[in-house]
Design a protein around this ligand. Structure first.
Ligand code: GLP
Length: 259
């Protein structure tokens, strides 16, 4: 794993945007794996501004999102479909039909999950998968005890995840109980993965993911098994890492290793 510790959230976001731009420039017709959550909002804003400046085009790219709530139609304001339209798709130049999320309103969510996994495979797999991390170490909606071999499927959300995501819902609205999410093995199939974690509240999950054992109890720890995983952290998210000075020496301010 490449562990890049940046000064703050803004610097980490810029570094991640650079990596995404490089990937899209190297392979303009590549397949991106996209994520949602508060962490991604400034990143998507940065990608939108690079697109507006004419420095980034998604015209030939495809994308697959990690997950979607079961029971929310794509048009629901809190669906991840709406999130993606609001923060990215509505402002950049993906071709019609080039972006995909699981359909949380499908009559059979289990069949939808299987079909979604098959669509990713048919597209040739994901070149670069973007990830956030939940406070309990989840990636996508792979909650603790998710099988390390899991594929896209329906998962029950933990109360702590529902509570953390309640801020995106209006008063009196409850976050759904189930989601369709890519599995841990689906994520590991991506040719490159990029996880972003910012803020003190992510520090314990980051520590467990990087320095703990590979364990279904900390789903993000499965990234230890990936050959091309980069984790971009700010100082606060890195603050519990035992070897943080070593990581910083190898990649000062997130710079590439010198050797
Ligand atoms: C949700 C998403 C995850 C995301 C996590 C953290 O549960 N399914 O993909 O990583 O939230 O979100 P935030 O960036 O808001 O902390």
């Amino acid at each position: 794993m490449k562990i890049l510790i940046l000064q703050d959230r803004a610097a980490g976001t810029r570094r991640a945007a650079e990596m995404i731009c490089d990937s899209v420039m190297r392979r303009p017709d590549g397949v991106l794996g996209l994520a949602t959550g508060g962490t991604m909002e400034p990143l998507y804003a940065e990608l939108v501004s690079r697109h507006r400046e004419g420095r980034l085009s998604f015209a030939r790219a495809k994308s697959f999102n990690l997950d979607e709530y079961v029971g929310l139609a794509p048009s629901h304001p809190q669906s991840y479909h709406s999130y993606m339209d609001q923060h990215l798709f509505g402002h950049v130049d993906f071709a019609p039909g080039a972006t995909a999320l699981p359909d949380g309103s499908a009559p059979d969510p289990h069949a939808e999950a299987d079909a979604y996994e098959a669509r990713i495979v048919a597209a040739g797999g994901i070149d670069l998968q973007l990830l956030g991390i939940g406070r309990n170490g989840h990636i996508g909606f792979n909650e603790p005890t998710s099988s390390l071999c899991s594929r896209t499927r329906v998962k029950t959300l933990t109360e702590s995840t529902r509570a953390a995501n309640a801020r995106f819902f209006g008063p009196g609205e409850e976050p759904p109980t189930y989601a369709i999410t890519m599995g841990l093995a689906s994520i590991l199939d991506a040719r490159e993965v990029l996880l972003l974690a910012f803020g003190k509240e992510k520090a314990p999950a980051v520590r467990a993911a990087i320095e703990g054992p590979v364990s279904a109890f900390t789903p993000a720890s499965v990234l230890q098994m990936h050959r091309h995983a980069t984790l971009i952290l700010d100082q606060a998210a890195a603050s519990d890492l035992e070897l943080r000075e070593y990581y910083f020496t190898v990649h000062p301010d997130g710079a590439p290793a010198v050797v």
